[in-house]
Design a protein around this ligand. Structure first.
Ligand SMILES: NC(=O)c1ccc[n+]([C@@H]2O[C@H](COP(=O)([O-])OP(=O)(O)OC[C@H]3O[C@@H](n4cnc5c(N)ncnc54)[C@H](O)[C@@H]3O)[C@@H](O)[C@H]2O)c1
Length: 248
């Protein structure tokens, strides 16, 4: 077991990639806090983990809300005494062409991906510094590297996450805390339009050297690696599990 007795907080774990990561961490022996907007959604995934023999709790929390994030971290610390691993996975899209994008659509996306990740980082980092151990994992996207039509907000947020990853890595290395980012390929409902809409599907698939979409479970091993002791000498890196889409 690569994460035995580690405590992990996975945001946006009520479905999709986050849920798959939470389950993979539990299988590797971690105690997992499943964070999502709605308590019932978080509890559902936590319940599935417990049913499978793992340890998990569900915590309702909007990561863009600082008070809720602080309360969430306090709850996890009260339950398990520490937080060793943070996965900043919660995400949304608000798609619109840039001349039609509303300030709300811009702010909401930056609020979850950037402010949300920053809130969670600050809520857990004090304990990690004290214990001289931590694994911070950000979730970026090929959109942050290549840009995407209709997603200037999302592309900006995901490019911002890359900057956060590198700053976090440089600043926290002295405390034995690593920070890395994963750029998943298209999987889960978030990317349903590009995977199913005839206008985009073939064009997008043609650009993926492996020639197929990802399953969330194909991306989780990278999350396990960055959370584990095996990645102790790896920090500030971006790993794209994207079927080769971003090969330059
Ligand atoms: N799906 C993909 O193909 C893909 C590709 C590249 C990057 N990503 C990134 O991976 C991450 C997960 O994506 P996914 O496809 O699993 O998404 P998803 O939409 O399936 O799940 C995201 C989860 O985050 C939760 N969430 C949204 N806002 C939140 C908030 N403010 N606070 C707490 N939870 C919140 C949602 O309720 C949902 O359960 C996101 O950061 C996304 O940008 C996804």
């Amino acid at each position: 077991m690569q994460l035995k007795d580690r405590v992990a907080v996975v945001t946006g774990a009520g479905q999709g990639i986050g849920a798959a990561v939470a389950k993979a961490y539990a299988k590797e022996g971690a105690k997992v806090a499943v964070i999502d907007l709605d308590q019932a959604t978080a509890d559902r995934v936590a319940g599935q983990i417990v049913e499978a023999g793992g340890q998990a709790i569900g915590v309702a929390c909007d990561v863009s809300n600082r008070e809720q994030v602080e309360a969430m971290a306090a709850k996890v610390n009260a339950e398990w005494g520490r937080i060793d691993i943070l996965v900043n996975n919660a995400g949304i899209t608000r798609t619109a062409m840039l001349n039609k994008m509303t300030p709300d659509q811009w702010n909401q996306v930056l609020g979850v991906h950037l402010t949300g990740a920053f809130n969670c980082l600050q809520a857990v980092v004090g304990g990690m510094i004290e214990r001289q151990y931590g694994r911070i994992i950000y979730v970026t996207s090929t959109a942050g590297v290549l840009g995407t039509i209709g997603q200037i907000n999302y592309s900006a947020a995901k490019a911002g996450v890359l900057g956060m990853t590198k700053s976090t890595a440089k600043e926290l290395a002295r405390y034995n805390i690593t920070a890395n980012a994963i750029a998943p390929g298209a999987a889960t409902p978030m990317t349903e339009t590009i995977r199913t809409d005839e206008r985009f599907k073939e064009k997008y698939l043609d650009r993926i050297p492996l020639g197929r979409w990802a399953e969330p479970e194909e991306i989780t091993p990278v999350f396990v690696f960055f959370a584990s002791d095996a990645s102790g000498y790896v920090t500030g890196q971006i790993l794209a599990a994207d079927g080769g889409l971003t090969i330059h």
